[in-house]
Design a protein around this ligand. Sequence first.
Ligand code: URA
Length: 307
Amino acid sequence: MSSASRSVLAFAIRATLDELKRMKSEGVGALTVEELTLSGLREAVADAVGSPVFSDSESCPPVSPRQPLPEPSEASSPDAVSLIHSVTSEGDLTPPRFELPKGSKKERWEWLHEKVLNCEICLANRNIERQIVFGVGNLDADIFFCGEAPGEEEEKQGEPFVGPAGQKLNGMIRGMGLEREQVYIGNIMNWRPRTESGFGNRPPSPQEIGFCLPYLKAQLSIIQPKVIVALGNTAIQALLSDTTLKVGKVRGHWFEFESVPMLPTFHPSYILHNESNRTKRMVWEDLLKVMERLDLPISDKQRAYFL
Ligand code: URA
């Protein structure tokens, strides 16, 4: 294998690892890999190390089609840490301090929107030629859906949840008998965390989260929702200041953030990777709890979704 091909392979592996880490942060614990993909990977790796392609029964341990994602210890190996942190943090990530002006919700939201779009740290950290992403939706919304960070489509369009995960979130909202325009949708992060390879996604670092959190709190203090739905591990951990929390353990239980009741559930991307009725039912039961808390009408048909 030529050195150019080898660096392409290293680049692809790094991008894949970034994506796996991001999926893990959303609560994905396992994924299905086609046998064809596995043999392609074996061939590429064998080629890169200059050894003959190993067969399942010899040098390569048997691989079941369902591969667990790396354990946290692997993800936080020195290599992974440098991979994560060497690409973060343009400028001083001391959290911004500011006071919202007086005025109507609309005036205060517009002031904050302008402030975030002109935030120098956000501008310095976003991907080149991509946009800062601020929350959208109804300023009088009862429900504030909080995700992790913009993805590729979001940073292109400058709006949260407009890519595949956004389509899934829209479906969840419609299932509740609501329209996207009736809720508020935001993210912990206002920019898509950069990766070294320039491809894929990675979970934001604690410093990046700490920097963006005051902007999220300010949105909450303007909207004053009755409920926050925290989507996935990163949002849950950031809002509850506890990096040990796992969505699988805390989902469906009520917490509080800034005195607002908060319900954690799986990230819509998690459903995209786990389209079983069991997964959908778990998320749906969490959303039923939100509907009950808000006294939204629930039909028998809705109660029985994904059973
Ligand atoms: N995932 C998120 O957490 N937020 C988005 O806006 C899109 C994907």
